[in-house]
Design a protein around this ligand. Structure first.
Ligand code: PHE
Length: 364
């Protein structure tokens, strides 16, 4: 106009960066997906939907914890939505195939929670667009085995595992290796299928062996089913498991007394943990579990990498991510090793009287 000085200086149109989230929002591990989605959205909200000079646009997809569906939604995010990066997925069985698709397309992936080594490395070859915010299962299995030997005084263990699930197969193998190396004996190693619901034949056999520990490296729904049937068969072994137990929907009664390895404890006295627990609880009305915490950390890490890169080009984001060091995440300090894996502590929690109780922390 001609009113003098009324016209604002022209600003360049703000560019948009697209980020995808893949998580199991429905299906057998849906509490994992709910936590991850909550925390992802909280992190984006805190950023003011902005990173560097970009406005953030995000797309959320449900893989239902089904590997074929994970590939479908990853394909869609990459080819249709044209995301620069993906946060996800949660389970190793879904994240491994997603990592193949994203690596081939040159899109950055950071999984908050997938702990199997094959997520970032394939047959010894690093998939350099792929990262994670959690420790890996060789460490987790070793921590569980050492705890059984040193703290529980266990000499014998029985193990049940899902023969079609990368996470449970891997965790079983790493546990077994460390338990045997430490002088323990694995008296039974029994495979089942994801669709199995009746474990009585196997549990009858295991009851006769009287193992000190029953190791159950699977997700909350399945371990609850097995745990309940094991007690019904008179098995008195201490139940032991991994991060897959972390759900409000675990059978608190059947699993009472059991121990599991995990990524964080809300009882951790560090101030950043307390701040996180308070703000998540205020927004969602529940204490953040490890899944929420790692998803928050993974999303923040990705935003830090995008900011550092100053670009939405996935190759630049990948390089920026790889160069991040000592990132102060809620779950601990994060620097990536040459395989995109952070080196972090584990905690051991006990299921006791309807709650998770902090037992101990184990440093790498
Ligand atoms: N680590 C599990 C996997 O790789 C996923 C998981 C992480 C589940 C944390 C619960 C808590 O499949």
């Amino acid at each position: 106009g001609c009113g003098g000085g009324g016209t604002p200086a022209p600003t360049a149109p703000v560019e948009e960066i697209k980020i995808g989230l893949i998580a199991p929002l429905t299906g057998d591990v849906k509490t994992f997906g709910e936590s991850v989605k909550n925390a992802f959205e909280l992190a984006i909200e805190e950023s003011g939907h902005k990173v560097g000079d970009f406005n953030i646009k995000y797309v959320i997809a449900d893989d239902r914890n089904v590997a074929t569906e994970a590939v479908n939604v990853a394909d869609k995010l990459i080819t249709q939505d044209k995301v620069s990066a993906i946060v996800g997925s949660v389970t190793s069985s879904c994240t491994i195939p997603i990592s193949e698709v994203a690596q081939a397309a040159g899109v950055v992936v950071i999984s908050p929670t997938a702990t199997n080594p094959k997520v970032t490395v394939d047959g010894g070859k690093r998939k350099d667009y792929i990262f994670r915010a959690c420790f890996i299962d060789p460490f987790q299995g070793t921590v569980a085995a050492r705890f059984a030997l040193d703290e529980l005084g266990a000499k014998t263990a029985a193990v049940l595992f899902d023969q079609g699930n990368d996470y449970t197969i891997g965790l079983k193998d790493y546990f077994k290796e460390a338990f045997v190396a430490g002088g323990g004996q694995v008296v039974a190693e029994e495979a089942y299928a994801k669709t199995d619901t009746d474990f009585s034949a196997v549990l009858t056999r295991i009851a006769q062996l009287k193992p000190d520990v029953l190791f159950l490296p699977d997700y909350y729904q399945k371990v609850s089913l097995i745990g309940k049937q094991a007690r019904d068969k008179g098995i008195t072994a201490t139940f032991l498991g991994g991060d897959g137990w972390d759900s409000p929907e675990i059978d608190w009664t059947a699993m009472d007394g059991g121990y599991f390895t995990n990524h964080y404890s809300p009882e951790d006295p560090r101030p950043e943990v307390k701040e996180w627990v308070d703000k998540y609880t205020a927004k969602y009305g529940q204490t953040p579990d490890a899944l929420a915490t790692l998803a928050y950390d993974a999303t923040k890490l990705l935003l830090a990498a995008i900011e550092k890169a100053g670009s939405k080009d996935p190759a630049a984001i990948r390089d920026a991510m790889a160069s991040i060091e000592g990132f102060q995440a809620v779950s601990g300090s994060i620097s990536f090793d040459e395989n995109g894996n952070p080196i972090k502590s584990a905690v051991i929690l006990q299921i006791k009287d309807g709650a998770q109780k902090f037992v101990t922390i184990v440093n790498p």
